[in-house]
Design a protein around this ligand. Structure first.
Ligand SMILES: NC(=O)c1ccc[n+]([C@@H]2O[C@H](COP(=O)([O-])OP(=O)(O)OC[C@H]3O[C@@H](n4cnc5c(N)ncnc54)[C@H](OP(=O)(O)O)[C@@H]3O)[C@@H](O)[C@H]2O)c1
Length: 297
């Protein structure tokens, strides 16, 4: 099935103010779904909404801008009720909002690790817990979580981020087994590799108050539109897990999954270079990934 199965659905997207979530809003609005756009920055959500109305197949009444902080778990129940009041149902919850990390454990304040777990993991668990009873009542729905290659593999400078994404993968794989009596409820883990967005710009560094602030070169990353198109196919087909990435990055994930001893060896070699670049102030990602791509080509 392709994404033309989705029109008419009510889709709640977190992290809709930027990057993957923003592009998802555009592609979903072209399909004619009802959209709930959430993130912290309301003015950015309003900008995304305007663009959806200009270019999409939706009307004003089809889009709800709902500011939401994933870290503020006490607000999630109220937000869920607001969506149900507006549209009467939630067909798809897309857990997309999140932040990454660029720092070595030894130099990093514990608050950074706490923030990554509170936001990427507990925030997502909390919102899912609010929405799920409604899906159980209807015996249908889709819970789609934007995980990462970092939920499967691990690299240096992102230990807190890797931990949060590994936790999410374990959580949703377990939740799926709890929902065995509800075959109409699908749980999908979407694991993208490097994709063009603001993720590195917004990544946490050594202190929780300081983002990396320099997104670096994005040319080697997958186009956001391509990643999102494949996410729509995932949603239409209720796929349990998808890995979305170009080569050679995908190959690294296969190694971690099927030949971990080789993966550890290679990751040590490449990781050393990544740390060296980071310490010398070179764009760690760009040189690391370009190095990988060059080796592959
Ligand atoms: N781009 C990649 O290479 C890549 C690869 C694998 C996985 N991912 C995953 O894709 C997802 C989207 O990231 P992106 O690449 O699109 O990055 P992005 O451009 O930085 O977007 C991140 C989104 O998360 C929202 N967000 C951050 N903190 C939040 C909070 N406390 N409460 C609610 N929303 C919050 C941001 O909105 P506000 O700042 O307005 O709140 C923004 O809309 C993340 O889960 C990320 O881990 C990305």
């Amino acid at each position: 099935m392709n994404e033309r199965e989705l029109p008419g659905m009510v889709v709640w997207v977190t992290g809709a103010s930027s990057g993957i979530g923003e592009e998802l809003a555009y592609q979903l609005s072209k399909l004619g779904v009802s959209l709930v756009l959430s993130a912290r920055r309301e003015h950015e959500l309003e900008r995304v909404k305007r663009k959806c109305l200009e270019n999409g197949n939706v009307k004003e009444k089809d889009i709800l801008v709902l500011p939401l902080d994933l870290m503020d778990r006490s607000s999630h129940e109220v937000a869920t009720k607001a969506v149900l009041r507006e549209f009467g149902r939630i067909d798809i919850l897309v857990n997309n909002g999140g932040r990454s990390q660029r720092s070595l454990l030894v130099d990093t304040n514990m608050d950074v690790f706490k923030e990554l777990i509170e936001l990427n993991y507990l925030g997502t668990v909390s919102l899912t817990k609010c929405v799920l009873p409604h899906m159980i009542e209807r015996r249908q729905g889709k819970i789609v979580t934007v995980n990462s290659f970092m939920g499967i593999i691990s690299v240096p400078l992102s230990s807190g981020y890797c931990a949060s994404k590994h936790a999410l993968r374990g959580f949703f794989n377990s939740l799926r087994t709890e929902l065995v009596e509800y075959p109409g409820i699908a749980v999908s883990n979407i694991c993208p590799g490097p994709v063009q967005s603001q993720i590195v710009n917004n990544a946490l560094g050594e202190e929780v108050t300081k983002a990396v602030g320099n997104g670096g070169d994005q040319s080697y990353k997958m186009a956001t539109s391509r990643c999102v198109r494949l996410m729509l196919v995932t949603m239409a087909n209720d796929l349990k897990e998808v890995w979305i990435g170009d080569q050679p990055f995908l190959l690294v994930v296969y190694l971690w999954q099927y030949m971990p001893t080789w993966a550890w060896w290679i990751t040590n070699k490449l990781g050393k270079k990544r740390i060296e670049n980071f310490k010398s102030g070179v764009d760690a990602d760009s040189s690391y990934f370009k190095f990988l791509k060059k080796k592959h080509d």
